[in-house]
Design a protein around this ligand. Structure first.
Ligand SMILES: Cc1cc2nc3c(=O)[nH]c(=O)nc-3n(C[C@H](O)[C@H](O)[C@H](O)COP(=O)(O)O)c2cc1C
Length: 427
């Protein structure tokens, strides 16, 4: 069974209007927080829920908040990361378009948890409808008195500022997002100091993902223990999995963490398109290692996917059938990371271009015998040697596809063509 927590009312076509959202329970959690919950109790409740970040790294949300020095005389900032650009990922978009009030209510609750009075909402540049829905939701919330000065007569002030990004993948990385918000180029910053201590305008800042934040109203209403009763021992709650690629029913599916990958692909996403054989799956957005068909019983939770040699990442599950040429896949991904590298760190700036160049020539019949060793050497020199994880994200698909599909690369180099049929190619 799909477990609808975030998707409880998602099919209601009027949910994005505040009156309908209120009828369905919106802002009850915000009122509860303002009127009857102390800040420390809220942080503890979220710690008890076991909620972990849905942006990629899976860091415990309550713990992240507790790093903010609340007694600091500096203002504290909360930023909602709605830059969603990891290839394959499209869950935050659905939440923003269909249920924007849950998302901004989550921002309000997280802001309260760190004693923040100015919050920011950073939306991916290309997400036009998301942007408009969030803008309208914020306006409506101000008009109803859920934002602004002396909210609901409680004395608490909170502003929410919407910012549209320029369409750069790197601006989803939290420190680049903060640079971009400050009006600078979206370049990553060295950590430490972590944003919780020195973030936006050098003030304590928390950056949380859209899906992470949308869970908060439900946790406040039902309690931390309720949330912790779903999922596995260490991976609590539900997750929205964006399934794409060669499946019969691609889309977003909300399931309890720990549901097997096989169930997601075969029971919910309808199985492999045209009933072909499964070749492999990228389980957490394009920057994580592939899983093979004999790993289909892997439970989709942070620990199990890691034990299987990959990562749950952004929850984007990309499914590929037997006709997929993995050199072609690696070429597309290498092009993406080369294009999106911000250029600050030399290994990533130079290395992503070299990775693409070599894979491109292999794919186009000009590969050389030593190319695979060069690719692995390059990828290993990027990995771990950059300020942010974009470098690792670029290296991983190369290392992983060579590890699992070396024969396809070798065939390309020797025969100057694909080992597989690849009949769905774009060119
Ligand atoms: C290159 C790169 C891109 C990222 N893109 C996103 C993104 O689009 N959305 C997001 O929420 N997190 C993204 N992240 C992760 C953020 O840096 C950060 O960990 C996250 O927003 C924290 O929120 P959470 O604790 O709620 O997961 C990205 C990280 C990297 C290295």
């Amino acid at each position: 069974m799909q477990k609808h927590v975030l998707f409880e009312n998602i099919n209601d076509p009027k949910l994005h209007n505040i009156d309908r959202a209120i009828e369905l329970g919106a802002y009850k959690a915000w009122e509860k927080v303002l009127k009857s919950i102390k800040r420390e109790e809220l942080v503890q409740m979220v710690k008890d829920s076991g909620l972990r970040g849905r942006g990629g790294a899976g860091f415990p949300t309550g713990l992240k908040w507790s790093f903010v020095p609340v007694a600091s005389p500096k203002p504290k900032y909360l930023c909602c990361n709605a830059d969603e650009s990891e290839p394959g990922t499209c869950k935050d978009r659905v939440l923003m378009e269909c249920d924007p009030h849950s998302v901004i209510e989550g921002v309000m609750i997280a802001a309260f948890a760190i004693d923040c009075h100015t919050s920011f909402f950073y939306v991916r540049g290309e997400y036009d409808l998301s942007m408009r829905r969030i803008e309208k939701a914020i306006d409506e919330a101000y008009k109803k008195g859920y934002l602004g000065k002396n909210i609901l007569g409680t004395g608490y002030d909170l502003e929410m500022i919407l910012h549209r990004g320029g369409g750069a993948y790197i601006c989803g990385e939290e420190t680049a997002l903060l640079s971009s918000l400050e009006g600078e180029k979206g370049l990553s910053r060295i950590k430490p100091p972590f944003p919780a201590v020195s973030g936006l305008y050098a003030c304590p800042t928390v950056v949380n993902n859209v899906e992470t934040l949308a869970n908060l109203p439900r946790i406040v209403i039902n309690g931390g223990q309720w949330y912790a009763s779903m999922g596995t021992e260490k991976s609590k709650g539900t997750r929205i999995f964006s399934v794409s690629g060669h499946v019969k029913k691609p889309g977003n599916y909300e399931l309890e963490l720990g549901t097997p990958l096989r169930t997601l692909i075969y029971d919910y996403a309808g199985g492999i398109l045209d009933d072909k054989k499964l070749k492999c799956v990228i389980p957490g957005g394009s920057s994580v290692p592939v899983l093979m068909p004999d790993q289909l019983d892997t439970p989709l939770d942070f620990e199990s996917v890691q034990a299987a040699g990959s990562m749950l990442g952004s929850g984007a599950v990309i499914v590929m059938n037997e006709d997929t040429c993995m050199v072609w896949v690696a070429e597309i991904l290498a092009h993406f990371y080369m294009h999106e590298s911000c250029g600050k760190c030399t290994p990533c700036r130079q290395g992503t271009g070299w990775l693409y160049e070599i894979i491109h020539r292999i794919e186009h019949g000009q590969g050389r015998a030593q190319d695979l060793d060069t690719l692995l050497d390059l990828a290993k020199n990027i990995e771990g040697n950059t300020i942010c994880a974009l470098g690792d994200a670029a290296a991983t698909p190369v290392i992983s596809t060579i590890k699992q599909f070396r024969n396809e690369y070798e065939y390309h180099i020797e025969h100057k063509k694909c080992l597989v049929k690849s009949d769905f190619r774009l060119r």
